[in-house]
Design a protein around this ligand. Structure first.
Ligand code: ZN
Length: 276
């Protein structure tokens, strides 16, 4: 979804960040930290600059998989897109599950979860090392199954666009909607550092698969929720933020013996857990 790297879209993101900041200040909320906001903006800017120059073309892997597809979606374009969107929402759930539970997945995703203040700056703080975490491979079987790569990219783009707006404390609980849709309330639980909330509400736009696979959790009393990983953010070192869990992975990889041990160091459980 090229629009996500368009300069006008990026300008719109920064306007939204500014509006949230001033409304929050007016309401007397303490949901911003200048250090965390600045590191998020630096990481988002770096990510967008790379995206602007490299584009979102999947390249030769996508072309090869498409050439070897097993099925062909033979409906009209709208129906194809609806099926693709549902399939991407399902794969997004497992991509997010991978990012939380698999060691190299968490090494990148930890950047999205480390800030202790919950606001829109988290929306596109997606982790600049995600190419190396291989979570994107979760979506590749869809191409082999005959889903068009443009529709897959558009569906992922829509999910990320939607997710930007749920990283806010300004929108309260929305009643029954919070059970079905990944609302700000549902996603606050996902970012909570309260142990009972770890690895919950992993869905993209809906929470259907969280209900199906037992990872749904309602918000409860918001005043009892803490966010992020203070041990990382207190260091005030952006390089440490980017590399902290990669260091754990490399140390485990170095210590492990045999191919099985090395593979477990990379793809085994993110043993440090949600708290890094
Ligand atoms: Zn997450």
């Amino acid at each position: 979804m090229e629009i996500l790297n368009h300069p006008l879209f990026i300008a719109a993101i920064f306007i939204c960040l500014g509006v949230e900041f001033f409304v929050s200040r007016k309401k007397g909320l303490s949901n911003f930290s200048s250090y965390e906001a600045l590191t998020s903006i630096a990481l988002i800017s770096f990510d967008k600059i790379i995206g602007y120059f490299t584009g979102t073309d999947g390249g030769p892997i996508v072309k090869w998989l498409w050439a070897h597809r097993v099925f062909e979606l033979g409906f009209n374009h709208t129906t194809n897109f609806i099926f693709t969107f549902v399939a991407v929402e399902f794969m997004y759930y497992w991509n997010h599950w991978y990012n939380h539970h698999v060691n190299i997945g968490w090494a990148t995703h930890i950047m999205h979860h480390s800030p202790t203040k919950y606001n829109l700056t988290l929306g596109y703080r997606l982790g600049i090392t995600r190419f190396f975490s291989l979570g994107w491979m979760v979506f590749l079987p869809l191409i082999l199954l005959g889903f068009h790569s443009e529709d897959i990219a558009l569906s992922i783009g829509i999910i990320f666009l939607y997710q930007f707006f749920i990283h806010t404390e300004l929108i309260p609980k929305l009643g029954r909607l919070d059970k079905v849709i990944n609302t700000p309330s549902s996603h606050r639980v996902h970012h909570s550092s309260n142990p009972e909330h770890y690895n919950t509400n992993l869905g993209g736009i809906t929470l259907v698969f969280d209900h199906l696979f037992g990872t749904y959790c309602a918000e409860g009393d918001r005043s009892q929720i803490s966010y992020g990983i203070p041990s990382i953010m207190n260091k005030k070192n952006i390089w440490y933020e980017i590399t902290c869990h990669w260091r754990v992975v490399f140390a485990q990889f170095k210590k492990a013996s045999g191919i099985k041990g090395k593979l477990l160091a990379l793809f085994g459980s993110s043993s440090q857990g949600h708290q890094g």
